[in-house]
Design a protein around this ligand. Structure first.
Ligand code: MN
Length: 233
């Protein structure tokens, strides 16, 4: 017995990379709140122009592209948020914005699934967002495309449809904090590391999902992500 664990170690989360069978090992998942002004408005909030606001999901909340997931427990208002996701190959503390993009391995389309009713309740009484954002199967992710192939997208359509009807639509150029600024700001709070993912916020049009819904998201120049909510058994 070479292993020295008192229980079997849990599997490490990983993600698909376009064009290769090799996987991207996932360390942590960070997310930016209110990074598009039109989404901040629909949430009844001010955008955060000075400094992005961050929250997190566990790495094993990842869901592979095309998966069918159950409607989650403890919610009656389960929302989609299409986002550009940056996957880091390097990190550190206090990364200057001018060097931040060098830390990015690639990009994917992801969905920040949210139990909106729990988030609203937590907000109202000043409680943390963990159970509204960081729950099981809350982070569907499409294949990562290496920046070496696609560059660092700063503009392009970001959109999501449910059962073929467009629900969310925006442009990456509408992001209040671009990826370089996000990486630089987050690295002032935590030492970023290879394997970290950053969900960079969602445009307006978030809304509820129901059992049986089919969700398709796209980030122009990056890729797609799809998801089905299982029907009740
Ligand atoms: Mn989000």
């Amino acid at each position: 017995m070479a292993e020295d664990f008192v229980i079997p170690p849990p599997p490490r989360a990983d993600a698909a990379v376009a064009g290769t069978s090799a996987r991207f090992p996932v360390r942590r998942i960070f997310c930016v709140a209110l990074n598009y002004a039109d989404h901040a408005r629909e949430m009844g909030k001010e955008a955060t122009p000075d400094e992005p606001f961050f929250f997190a999901k566990p790495a094993d909340a990842l869901v592979a592209d095309g998966a069918a997931i159950p409607y989650p427990p403890q919610t009656g208002d389960f929302h989609h948020e299409i986002e550009l996701v940056a996957a880091l190959r390097d990190g550190g503390l206090n990364i200057p914005a001018e060097r931040a993009l060098d830390c990015v391995y690639g990009y994917a389309a992801g969905i920040d699934l949210t139990r909106r009713d729990l988030q609203a309740a937590a907000r109202a009484i000043g409680r943390p967002w963990d159970m509204s954002k960081g729950f099981d199967l809350s982070a569907p992710l499409g294949a990562i495309r290496p920046a070496a192939d696609i560059g660092h997208p700063a503009r392009g359509r970001i959109a999501l449809s449910v059962n073929g009807a467009t629900r969310q639509q925006g442009d990456l150029s509408d992001m209040i904090h671009p990826v370089a600024g996000i990486v630089a700001a987050l690295s002032r709070y935590v030492a970023l590391a290879p394997g970290d993912l950053i969900f960079t916020g969602t445009p307006a049009g978030v809304g509820p999902l129901r059992p049986g819904d089919h969700v398709e998201g796209v980030v122009e120049g990056v890729g797609t992500v799809s998801l089905t909510i299982k029907k009740d058994d």
